[in-house]
Write a protein that binds this ligand. Structure first.
Ligand SMILES: Nc1ncnc2c1ncn2[C@@H]1O[C@H](COP(=O)(O)OP(=O)(O)OP(=O)(O)O)[C@@H](O)[C@H]1O
Length: 138
């Protein structure tokens, strides 16, 4: 069954949105097969966002994602990679439709509440970065 990596970012955790977001993901029908609250070490943040290394917003992005605890998880379900991206809404909350997580809970691109892997390759890479095999309960 398809799996993806999902993370409630520090702004979502700080604002007390963890329960609400987890409920939405479960109600959609995704299975949470791994879940942990953690602080992201700087080196992990830099590896996770390696594709953005040269972008002007990279330092701010690393600063933000390490600014407080996140809730990291592995979700499982049919087509979960693309389906989660639909549920999340556009990267820029200004473009995200009402009814999506970013559309309902976020206003700015630098604090957009949730992350979900973009492709099967990203999903595999990110799951491996954040979880050991024995932390995933199928
Ligand atoms: N122009 C920007 N200014 C500030 N932050 C940005 C900008 N573009 C992207 N980001 C931040 O970098 C993250 C990763 O960007 P990416 O283009 O990979 O979007 P995404 O895949 O929708 O987001 P995520 O990887 O968090 O799910 C975004 O979620 C956002 O927090």
């Amino acid at each position: 069954m398809e799996r993806t990596f999902c993370m409630i970012k520090p702004d979502g955790v700080r604002r007390g949105l963890t329960g609400e977001i987890l409920a939405r993901l479960e109600k959609k029908g995704f299975r949470i097969v791994a879940l942990k609250k953690m602080r992201i070490p700087r080196e992990l943040a830099e590896r996770h966002y390696a594709e953005h290394k040269e972008k002007p917003f990279f330092p701010g992005l690393v600063e933000f994602i390490t600014s407080g605890p996140v809730v990291a998880m592995v979700l499982e379900g049919p087509g979960v990679i693309a389906e989660l991206r639909k549920l999340m809404g556009a990267t820029n909350p200004a473009d995200a439709l009402p009814g999506t997580i970013r559309g309902d809970y976020a206003t700015t691109i630098d604090e957009n509440v949730i992350h979900g892997s973009a492709t099967p390759e990203d999903a595999e890479r990110e799951i491996r970065l954040f979880f050991r095999e024995d932390e995933i309960v199928g």
